[in-house]
Every structure is written in structure tokens, then in C-alpha cells.
Design a protein around this ligand. Structure first.
Ligand SMILES: [Mn+2]
Length: 257
């Protein structure tokens, strides 16, 4: 998180978002600090407890009306405890727009039901989401498709993106539920735009595709996460940190509307 954190305020760009929100305004973006996940893990707590710590931390942020959490990973395992907290705090399910190369919906991955590849199975089982739209998908197994069907997930694959893009850039979500949650895995982007991720998967979205979807989305955006930026892989001039930071900036602007 630290290098994308620095990139959010980087002097090579200015403090305005594309649609003219001022990030210097604390009503648009305020850093409330980190959850010390690694330190907690090092204390030997089990995964159930670790997930609870993340959920309780998000709920604590939401006490501070009108703060809306925008959580930075880490890997995609955080989406489950964050969405759970948002849904429990607001008192009902949300609609989720999930941008990712992968559906992250395995029942269990490498023996871990809380893995980065299982978060959306836990979210759907828990009833924390009504609709789940997955966009950018281009690495999906038979189990991923079956789990998608089982939970009624709307999976939009990259192979049909040119056909679906008009629909995806005019989304209206969150009506009749508590609002909209956006989860952005940086690997939804083509590696040409964002090589600094753990799982390189060619054939992805352009940065402008993602911005078009976000900017045009209609709905009350109550929370979001940006995950899977990997600073250790960000060897091309820190470019992916800037990409992740711009996602955070534009999401913050969208959330402050
Ligand atoms: Mn992914």
C-alpha cells in the first residue's frame, strides 16, 4: 500500500480528479490509516479472527458519518470481510461491481476458504450482495463458471467485451438495496497498463475502459476496494502505483458525490 499511498498525492499530477473534484478536500479523501494485518497474523491469530478484525475496523470507520470506506489491499481476500462489514453496518445487501481478470469465487483455494480466490464465494453465501457483476474476466475455470451459476453471478468475459461495453458503460446499480460496492482488482487491466500485479493475465481492459465504466455508473457508491497492486512487481518506473493511485482518486471522487 505504501507506494500507491505515496502515488495518490504525487506531485507529478495535480489534486483534481478528471471530473473536477478536489482531493485536498477532506470530505473527498481522508486517510484513516492501516489495519496491521501482518502484525496481527504474526501474533498467531486464526483466519476467522483476522477476518473479524478487518470487518470491525471497517465498521469503526463507518461510525464516523458520513465516512464511506475505500479500502486498499493487499490481496483480494480483504473483499469478503470489507463487504460483510458494509452490509452488516448498512443493514442489508449491496450490489457489487467487481472488476477483475478472475472471478475469485472458488469454494476453497489451496485449502483456504478465506483465500484471495474465494472472497466472492463467501460474500454470496453470506447474502451480503444481491447482484454481483464481474467484469474483465478472462481466466476462469469450470468451477468458476459453475460457482457463478450457483450464485446467480453476472459474469462478463473479456472475449465479449466489445459487444458488452455499451451496456457496461451505462450501468445503473444499487436500487432497492443499500447501495453499490465496487471492488477493483488491478489485474482487471491489461498488463500493458498495469504490469505490477501478482497474476499477469493478458487480454484485459484498458485504463480508459475502466474509467468509462466508473464515471458513467449510476448508483449510490457506499464503499469500494482496490486490491492486488504488488509493489514488488512494479518494476516499470513505478507505473502501476500511479495506475492504482488514479483508480483510488477517481473512486474517491465518485463516492463523495
Ligand atoms: Mn485477479
Amino acid at each position: 500500500m505504501s507506494s500507491s499511498g505515496v502515488a495518490i498525492w504525487c506531485g507529478s499530477t495535480n489534486s483534481a480528479t478528471e471530473e473536477g473534484k478536489e482531493l485536498n478536500d477532506p470530505r473527498v479523501l481522508t486517510d484513516v490509516g492501516d489495519v496491521p494485518v501482518q502484525e496481527i497474523r504474526d501474533c498467531g491469530v486464526d483466519d476467522d479472527r483476522l477476518m473479524s478484525v478487518i470487518s470491525e475496523s471497517v465498521k469503526l470507520v463507518m461510525e464516523e458519518d458520513p465516512l464511506r470506506p475505500l479500502v486498499l489491499g493487499g490481496d483480494h481476500s480483504i473483499s469478503f470481510p470489507v463487504v460483510r462489514a458494509v452490509s452488516e453496518k448498512l443493514g442489508g445487501p449491496v450490489d457489487i461491481l467487481h472488476l477483475d481478470a478472475h472471478p475469485d469465487i472458488y469454494d476453497c483455494f489451496e485449502g483456504n476458504k478465506y483465500s484471495h480466490a474465494s472472497s466472492f464465494a463467501r460474500i454470496m453465501e453470506g447474502g451480503y450482495a444481491r447482484r454481483l457483476l464481474q467484469v474483465g474476466i478472462r481466466s476462469i475455470t469450470t468451477e468458476g463458471r459453475e460457482q457463478g451459476k450457483r450464485f446467480g453471478v453476472e459474469q462478463y468475459e473479456m472475449r465479449t467485451f466489445s459487444k458488452d461495453c455499451h451496456f457496461l458503460e451505462n450501468l445503473k446499480l444499487g436500487e432497492g438495496v443499500k447501495g453499490v460496492y465496487i471492488s477493483v482488482d488491478v489485474d482487471c487491466l491489461d498488463p500493458a497498463f498495469a504490469p505490477g500485479v501478482s497474476h499477469i493475465e493478458p487480454g484485459g481492459l484498458s485504463f480508459r475502459d475502466v474509467l468509462n465504466i466508473l464515471h458513467n455508473l449510476e448508483g449510490n457508491l457506499v464503499a469500494a476496494d482496490v486490491v492486488e497492486f504488488n509493489p514488488q512487481r512494479d518494476t516499470v518506473d513505478g507505473m502501476t502505483a500511479m495506475v492504482a493511485a488514479k483508480l483510488v482518486r477517481e473512486l474517491a471522487a465518485k463516492m463523495s458525490k
